[in-house]
Design a protein around this ligand. Structure first.
Ligand SMILES: Nc1ncnc2c1ncn2[C@@H]1O[C@H](COP(=O)(O)OP(=O)(O)O)[C@@H](O)[C@H]1O
Ligand SMILES: [Mg+2]
Length: 319
């Protein structure tokens, strides 16, 4: 099966207000394919529609229009959901239960016998980095990061073929983030498809194969992360920094090189060229003028550039 998730023209309106009902379009005609076996990053600012998409896929709410399938089955197929894991954005659970009890409860929902439930509970709570001394504490005494870990452990109890993680890094400190990153990478290594939403770009850059960027309920970009970055504006250029020569002294010669741009810097100048082949010509010009090379760096588009560029400042889609 090539695609683990297929989303076709999915639209979701919420009705708000009591006396005068108003419809708010949270998701607008979203179509998306997610290949099996990868970590897929679902990006967008607050209010972009990430949680709405995931809840609709999990069948916790109904779409206004459109359809979707997971593991080749329509999302209305109840049996298919038994092969899927889900960690909600705020995994609250029942406050007075302990982590062990929550795990046992979900294990029962999937019909596991007691020894299997106990073994899975131990294995998973350890795997998500929850200290054994906390396993018997009530969840109301847990920090946000600890709850997030229980949420993740719970989402894996049925050995899912695909997991949907809604902002799995939220509430975690840097050490916790690293642990969870490793856990997510480990899932992929074991053939599990991961669909994760996040607004934390460094996590996406560290983990994801393909991404989709959502803004105001609409898809603004989707595809292989490296290809998206390579195709972005500015990719392929180089920035050359030189010392011991003023920008004015060489400006004319530099601007003779097609597409080259020069800016003055405190001790010298910075020169941008669009093509690697132009680096030699720039170096020749600066050497003739007595300048000294200090660095040559490829201009890298970061995911942040891509993410921000796709956000219209007049309508950021972020609240
Ligand atoms: N239950 C709801 N009722 C009304 N509006 C909602 C509801 N849930 C979400 N929304 C609205 O839908 C939009 C998308 O929200 P959401 O899917 O939670 O975004 P994200 O997860 O990307 O932050 C927002 O404008 C939000 O206010
Ligand atoms: Mg959300």
């Amino acid at each position: 099966m090539e695609y683990a998730v297929e989303i076709r023209n999915l639209t979701k309106d919420y009705e708000i207000g009591f006396w005068r009902k108003k419809r708010v379009r949270a998701l607008d005609d979203l179509s998306l394919n997610v290949r099996s076996g990868q970590i897929f990053g679902f990006l967008g600012g607050n209010g972009a529609g990430k949680t709405t998409t995931i809840k609709t896929l999990m069948r916790l709410q109904f779409p206004t229009a459109g359809s979707a399938s997971i593991l080749g089955e329509d999302i209305s197929n109840v049996k298919m959901h038994g092969r899927v894991g889900y960690c909600p954005e705020n995994p609250y659970f029942y406050d007075y239960l302990t982590a062990r009890e929550v795990m046992d409860y979900f294990g029962q929902l999937f019909g596991y016998d007691r020894p299997t439930r106990e073994q899975k509970t131990k294995e998973l709570l350890a795997k998500v980095g929850l200290n054994e001394k906390d396993w018997k504490k009530q969840l109301r005494k847990y920090s946000k990061g600890m709850l997030q870990r229980v949420g993740l452990a719970q989402s894996l109890i049925n050995d899912p073929e695909i997991v949907f993680l809604d902002e799995p890094m939220s509430g975690l400190d840097p050490v916790g983030r690293r642990q969870i990153r490793e856990l997510i990478a480990g899932l992929r290594a074991n053939g599990v498809t991961v669909f994760m939403s996040t607004h934390i770009l460094s996590d996406i850059e560290a983990l994801c194969d393909e991404v989709a960027i959502l803004r105001g309920g609409k898809l603004t970009a989707a595809g292989d992360l490296n290809e998206l970055l390579a195709a972005s504006e500015g990719a392929g250029s180089f920035e050359i920094s030189v010392d011991g020569v003023s920008a004015e002294a060489i400006r004319e010669d530099i601007e003779f090189i097609a597409g080259a741009q020069i800016t003055a810097k405190p001790q010298g100048a910075g020169i941008m060229v669009l093509d690697e082949a132009d680096i030699e010509a720039v170096l020749a010009v600066t050497r003739r003028a007595g300048g000294r090379l200090t660095s040559i760096e490829p201009v890298k588009q970061s995911l942040e550039d891509l993410f921000v560029r796709d956000i219209d400042p007049a309508d950021p889609g972020i609240k």
